[in-house]
Write a protein that binds this ligand. Structure first.
Ligand SMILES: Cc1cc2nc3c(=O)[nH]c(=O)nc-3n(C[C@H](O)[C@H](O)[C@H](O)COP(=O)(O)OP(=O)(O)OC[C@H]3O[C@@H](n4cnc5c(N)ncnc54)[C@H](O)[C@@H]3O)c2cc1C
Ligand SMILES: NC(=O)c1ccc[n+]([C@@H]2O[C@H](COP(=O)([O-])OP(=O)(O)OC[C@H]3O[C@@H](n4cnc5c(N)ncnc54)[C@H](OP(=O)(O)O)[C@@H]3O)[C@@H](O)[C@H]2O)c1
Length: 446
């Protein structure tokens, strides 16, 4: 019997690992297990709704599911519905590609006040993730702070600044469209603790701010000119600096919304009477390649704070985990416990290397993990063969399959058509499960 591999997580890293395994032509059966009935991880629930072209990559990621020996087992959460120990019993190799879903904390007083959100939570909301299906943000806020200088901060600031007309062609759920279309946000303040040359934004995403329909972009550098790039300046930074300079040179056009980019400000406290009313920042300055606080503080009145300061993974019971980095210790994909590799257990993607990198970065990463699996994989199955579906049936878990995802996807197209939009996401798990229906593999015994 061919060996059996479980891949936990159907985001880019899981599916690029599967692609690497398939490319080897080594006979094996692969089960891709995801806690959701919908595949593609952050391609569906992270990538911003106004970046529809980016989501086309899902067509490439979906390719392995055309083969019978590769199954999608959706709505199955490892650590809740099935344990790590059980997977290790049932499969010859188990690859964890379950991402880093938790928001990193900012670590300032007032972070738990109502009106402070992690970007992961806010992004999941506007992208229709079922985890936030019951959450309603009334966007009565007029002034919003977004903390961070990465592309996620830009995504959040941009989505909050779009007009209803710009959002109509996106796939956001109806309730999200209504909330954003009715939003009263006038000022979005992106707070960057370092200078323009150190921002992690990428030029294509930064340039998109110039294309927003009804927004003036305002740069705040504390009176310090945007640095001039020189011949040693990296291309990304050079392009960013040119775009920042163009913001300085563009006079305000009296648009309805302003998107402010503040440099050299580190958040120190979020405060308010029962909910957010202001954020206190301290000015910073570079000193001998370090960032030093100047002691000078400023107060910005805001009604909503979104922290976009990175992510961290969650430990799966039984699987080694590095609490400091929020990742799984590994050597080129082989999971390590006390420095030695754990036989048959692997990791890929953000859970392997931390929450940095674009979708494409997961391709070589997945290929590396696939190579480790292939090196170690026995020619014949040593596992006791199949059995996961029977186990999940005993536990009354409604497992969904790839065809179920295709049915749900088709229904989202119909919903969009009926409401005059391209496609509209279904965001609550009960409806997702109704439209995906139960899996139809039959019970597996091997
Ligand atoms: C907000 C945001 C926007 C982004 N936008 C872009 C962009 O526009 N362009 C770009 O190139 N890159 C973008 N990226 C980066 C890109 O999304 C990541 O590089 C990539 O998704 C990481 O892939 P992954 O497979 O490691 O994790 P993920 O994509 O997070 O996939 C993890 C999967 O594991 C599943 N899972 C989690 N826990 C369990 C469990 N216990 N049991 C079973 N399944 C589980 C999840 O449901 C998910 O499907 C963005 C990232 C973020 C955070
Ligand atoms: N369109 C796209 O291609 C796209 C879209 C979204 C995300 N992504 C990718 O996904 C990855 C994750 O993006 P990300 O934005 O979450 O991460 P990121 O690029 O690592 O940015 C995180 C930001 O948070 C800041 N930060 C951290 N702690 C802070 C604190 N205590 N106070 C103030 N600021 C703090 C960091 O500042 P310092 O720089 O000073 O450390 C950094 O600017 C990135 O690789 C990104 O490129 C890509």
């Amino acid at each position: 019997m061919s060996p059996r591999v479980a891949v936990v997580g159907s985001g880019p890293s899981g599916l690029y690992t599967v692609a690497g395994l398939v490319a080897s032509k080594v006979p094996m059966a692969i089960d891709v297990i995801d806690r959701l009935p919908t595949p593609f991880g952050l391609v569906r629930y992270g990538v911003a709704p106004d970046h529809a072209k980016m989501k086309i990559v899902s067509k490439v990621l979906a390719k392995p599911f055309a083969r019978d020996e590769i199954r999608y087992l959706g709505n199955v959460e490892v650590g809740r519905d099935v344990s790590h120990a059980e997977l290790v019993e049932l499969y010859d190799a188990v690859v964890y590609a379950s991402g880093t879903e938790h928001d990193r904390r900012l670590g300032v007083p007032g972070e738990d006040l109502p009106g402070v959100l992690g970007a992961g939570e806010f992004v999941r909301w506007y992208n229709g993730h079922p985890d936030v299906a019951v959450t309603h943000y009334d966007l009565k806020a007029r002034s919003v702070a977004v903390v961070g200088a990465g592309n996620v901060a830009l995504d959040v600031a941009r989505v909050l600044s779009r007009t209803a007309g710009e959002l109509r062609d996106t796939d956001v759920p109806a309730r999200v469209f209504d909330a954003l279309a009715g939003s009263r946000v006038c000022d979005v303040h992106v707070l960057v603790r370092r200078g323009p040359a150190e921002a992690k934004f990428t030029p294509a995403e930064l340039f998109q701010l110039t294309e927003l329909a009804d927004v003036d972009v305002v740069l705040h550098t504390g009176g310090v000119p945007v640095p001039e790039p020189d011949s040693a300046t990296d291309k990304r930074v050079r392009q960013n600096l040119e775009i920042f300079q163009s913001f300085v040179e563009t006079p305000p056009r009296n648009r309805s919304r302003r998107l402010h980019l503040h440099f050299g400000v580190a958040p120190r406290e979020i405060a308010g009477d029962g909910r957010v009313e202001r954020i206190v920042v301290e000015h910073t300055a570079p000193h001998e390649e370090r960032l030093v606080a100047t002691g000078e503080q400023a107060v910005l009145p805001v009604d909503l704070v979104v922290t976009a300061v990175g992510f961290r993974g969650a430990a799966v019971p039984g699987l080694p985990f590095d609490e400091a980095t929020g990742t799984v210790p590994n050597d080129a994909g082989r999971v390590l416990a006390d420095g030695a590799s754990v036989p048959g257990v692997y990791v890929a993607g953000w859970l392997k290397r931390g929450p940095v990198g674009v979708i494409g970065s997961n391709r070589p990463d997945g290929a590396e993990t696939a190579a480790a699996v292939l090196d170690d994989l026995p020619a014949d199955a040593r596992s006791r063969g199949g059995g996961l579906l029977s186990l999940l049936a005993e536990r009354e878990i409604q497992v969904t399959d790839w065809d179920g995802w295709l049915r749900l996807e088709a229904y989202e197209g119909t919903l969009g058509h009926d409401s005059g939009r391209g496609r509209v996401k279904v965001h609550d798990l009960t409806s997702m499960l109704i439209h995906a229906g139960p899996q139809r593999f039959g019970m597996d015994t091997g």
